[in-house]
Write a protein that binds this ligand. Sequence first.
Ligand code: NAD
Length: 447
Amino acid sequence: MKEKVQMQRRYFHTNETKELSFRMNMLKKLKKALLDYENELLAALKEDLNKSTSEAFLTELGPLYHEITFMLKHLPTWMKRKKVKTPLTHVGSKGYIHYEPYGVVLIIAPWNYPLQLAINPLIGAIAAGNCAIVKPSELTPATSGVITKMIENTFPEEYVCSVEGGVETSQALLAEKMDYIFFTGSVGVGKHVMKAASRHLTPVTLELGGKSPAIVCEDAQIAVTAKRIAWGKFLNAGQTCVAPDYVLVHDSKKEDFLKALQTEIKTLFQRKIDRGDYPTIVSDRHFARLIRFLQDGDVVIGGQHERNKRFIAPTVLTNVSWESPVMEDEIFGPILPVFSFSELDEVIEKVRERPHPLALYLFTESKETEEKLIHSLSFGGGCINDTVMHLATPYLPFGGVGESGMGAYHGEESFYTFSHRKSVLKQPTSVDLPIRYKESKLSLKML
Ligand code: NAD
């Protein structure tokens, strides 16, 4: 690991990776590589998680093509030095911000979107002019294998490389001095990553998880609400960091909502299930954990499961206790507890009792309700009258807050995440105001 990092740092110091033309060429190369390996990647995603071609394209490959295209379009503008004003005390001088790459970036990825979450941060790292080491997930070996092969055949090792392996590999990489660490994964491992980073004071972005609520108000449009919640929750068999974890629906709409949910689940997923195209649970351990949650309430929709295929049907639970195991940690599977409420303040209280969620989804037609929730609750990001879609636009930074993470990326935010903003003040030597050299009670800021 040490050698890999040293090799990349030596290469970084040649300054080659910092040129705009270099960055643009590398982004184009990455796009071409994704196109060349598209079939292999799709086959690997099918093998690891039983993702259908359409789902894999929608949630893994498609967003990567979009992100690269967006970067190529805007990078020349973002990279420009930003001139800033100077105060009167600095008369004659000029100030500017120079966006500087950090150096060697370590990207640690999870298994749930094993391609997208390894390559999307890499796009940002390349755009900002860094070298990068990618550590894909060991739980999706087929996809991680293709990622490694694709990277090896596209980039020289001293610029970008992929290192496969599990916890020990990740820890060995974290023991080295990196210049930036971008981690996507669980809250628990995020803490280890931050601790390891603190040894070298390496800056980190932590993209973590949490229990993201969907709140359905009295005035919500029930049919479209149920459709969007069903889609966001059961996509990738619920193994999505921003999936609605549980629903809070107004008492008066609970019955209608459950009915509509049943219809939408059938329309959106039944054909996929019948064709054997519905994503599977990633491992036996994850399957066993999820199956235990079925005892935590009344199964009103779904509940069917097959251990040998690691298949769990989209499932909805009611009569769930807030203290039951299913409500302890992020569910991360196709099981959706539905609660009801009578006053919005109850909802605010319930959500505040828990760690800050990565996402929050509010379904209402009322601007007043929207404003109240936006001002009252802290969460990474979210949608009004939709789920998940906020992370599909490059114009919105994507990240958590509090326990759901720190830092953000996507689009312009990725460029800033992987760049240090270096402040430079340039003074002329011909003018030398005497005031700062004199003993005086006058603060320079007062001038
Ligand atoms: P994980 O934390 O178990 O593993 C993530 C990565 O960390 C893997 O590459 C793994 O090899 C490595 N790792 C595991 N243990 C480690 C240790 N002790 N030290 C160093 N590295 C270690 O996460 P996961 O199970 O792969 O993914 C699921 C989690 O990721 C969920 O909590 C989910 O919410 C979260 N997630 C967050 C986002 C986001 O964008 N915020 C996206 C996807 C997933």
